[in-house]
Design a protein. Structure first.
Length: 202
């Protein structure tokens, strides 16, 4: 099952990401915001949110398609790396809610294709938890990764599927690294490599 869908309208979801750029309103910061977020025009002012890079703010709107809104701080004139970092920080802040479906708005910033790719890559790389050795009785909950991202954008990119494959490889590497050495021995590593080769051939 695909982990993303490119759409032009908000879907029923658990969370909405809205990018915010310093010195701009949400409508100026966000692609398509005028049509999608007309009644959110004063949201940034009401929340008194300063969109420094890496900062996020959670809001709980009433009668919306999403019960949570996360404002994503991107700083001033964000580079693609800043966009990647900002979206990654935002998702990490929201993993504890175990959201399964997420709507994602993107900065109205050029080059649009690179911005879309950077934001999506940041979301994917942050979309990971490792709870294998966590007790269910522990007060701290890791949450769980997002199952599906609705990417709300008119921009298209041929690299999105490749980014998903790269992210899955990163997840596997993290799993191997996080597994205890007495469990992830040479025999197990060899089996993982064999399974990967088999899957590639398939």
């Amino acid at each position: 099952m695909s982990v993303y869908t490119l759409v032009e309208e908000r879907q029923e979801a658990d969370l909405l990401f809205i990018p915010c750029i310093e010195g701009k309103t949400i409508e100026e910061s966000c692609e398509g915001a005028s049509a999608l977020l007309a009644h959110f025009s004063t949201l940034q002012k009401l929340a008194e949110f300063e969109p420094k890079l890496g900062k996020t703010l959670l809001l709980y709107p009433q009668k919306e398609k999403e019960p949570r809104i996360c404002l994503v701080g991107l700083g001033k004139k964000p580079s693609t790396e800043a966009v990647r970092e900002g979206y990654a920080s935002a998702l990490r802040a929201c993993l504890k809610f175990s959201c399964k479906k997420v709507n994602v708005l993107f900065p109205d910033y050029s080059p649009a294709e690179e911005v879309l790719e950077a934001a999506f890559e940041g979301l994917l790389l942050a979309n990971y938890t490792f709870g294998k050795y966590k007790s269910g009785k522990m007060p701290h909950k890791l949450g769980s990764p997002v199952d599906h991202f609705f990417l709300i954008s008119r921009t298209r990119s041929s690299r999105l599927d490749a980014l998903v494959e790269i992210a899955h490889s990163v997840y596997l590497t993290r799993d191997l690294t996080n597994t205890h050495a007495d469990e992830m021995n040479t025999t197990k590593l060899a089996q993982v490599a064999t399974d990967m080769a088999t899957n590639r051939k398939g």
